[in-house]
Design a protein around this ligand. Structure first.
Ligand code: NDP
Length: 296
């Protein structure tokens, strides 16, 4: 058996097209142009690439888009003042502070300073709380993207056993909450879980959000299971000649080749979950704009 490959790119493109159409409608019918502000502190190359993509894609969707690039030595109070200005800016409906921040800055007070109704990254405790109690929340983009892929693959997931490996605030916890809200029976696994392989083997839906290359092996997967690999890990090429040249590639937390032989469906890395993140950011910004403006 070879698993069906869950391609993220076409799904992300479909969502971007839907968002673009909705933005055009909001502008035409309500004079409302959703606005996204992205804040980048420092010059981390990966963060710069993500921020560039977020700015370009929000503009392409017809949104108002602003990117604030601050120097690496920006002080905590300066960053929080910028967040406060963006909270008060009526043209901005979504605020995203690109993480990680330089090490002299403390993430938590910065995230707490964001107006929860503009927190399109879904990291504020108020949004985490709303998600937990089932109130409308802005939810972290990657987890929502995973749920879209799961629903596209399986349709109704009620009663299925979902195992989420990883319990971070950004990925594991919100994914588990979303699966629970979709009536799955959810197990959360982490670094202290005993016999992780057996726990994974009991999953109809297995979500890996660990950050350890190819940790989840083929024989950890229940035959026919749906596997969502959130991990993004950079490793040397398998080919020793290319590896010797220092060449690297991206792999997930799941051993993809082994998993292909067992799973029913699986997301590749790259081009699986990754492309969904920015698409869901655009969708979250539209949702935030509509809620703030009181548009149904
Ligand atoms: P974190 O480092 O914040 O969390 C990792 C989680 O994995 C922790 O809960 C940790 O457990 C658990 N863990 C670590 N080692 C093991 C182990 N040996 N066995 C079981 N569990 C383990 O990572 P993130 O959640 O932020 O990210 C996870 C992965 O997803 C990374 O590869 C990241 O790059 C990727 N990612 C991808 C995105 C995308 O757009 N596709 C977006 C965001 C992240 P414990 O809590 O016990 O320490």
């Amino acid at each position: 058996m070879t698993a069906r490959i869950i391609e993220g790119l076409p799904v992300a493109e479909r969502i971007r097209a839907e968002v673009t159409a909705e933005v055009a409608q909001l502008r035409a019918e309500h004079g409302l142009q959703p606005g996204l502000a992205v804040v980048l502190v420092g010059d981390d190359p990966a963060s710069q690439a993500y921020v560039k993509s977020k700015g370009e894609q929000s503009l392409a969707a017809g949104m108002h888009s602003v990117t604030h690039r601050l120097p690496a030595d920006t002080r905590q109070d300066e960053l929080i003042r910028l967040v406060a200005d963006l909270n008060a800016d009526p043209l901005i409906h979504g605020i995203l502070v690109q993480l990680p921040l330089p090490s002299h800055l403390d993430e938590k007070p910065v995230i707490s300073a964001i107006d929860p109704d503009k927190d399109v990254d879904g990291l504020h405790v108020v949004n985490a709380g709303r998600l937990t109690v089932g109130e409308p929340a802005l939810t972290a983009c990657t987890p929502v993207g995973c749920m879209v892929l799961i629903r596209d693959t399986l349709g109704d997931v009620a009663g299925k056993h979902a195992v989420v490996v990883g319990r971070s605030r950004l990925v594991g916890k919100p994914i588990a909450q979303l699966l629970l809200a979709a009536d799955c029976t959810v197990t959360m696994a982490h670094s202290k879980t005993q016999d992780l392989a057996a726990v994974c083997r009991s999953a109809d839906i297995l979500v890996a959000a660990v950050g350890r290359p190819r940790m989840i092996r083929g024989d950890w997967i229940k035959p026919g299971a749906t596997v969502i690999d959130v991990g993004i890990n950079r490793v040397p090429f398998d080919n020793p000649e290319q590896a010797a040249l220092g060449k690297t590639k991206l792999v997930g937390d799941v051993h993809y080749k082994e998993a292909l032989e067992v799973a029913g469906a699986i997301t590749p890395v790259p081009k699986g979950v990754g492309p969904m993140t920015v698409a869901m950011l655009l969708q979250n910004t539209v949702t935030a704009a509509k809620r703030i403006a009181g548009v149904d």
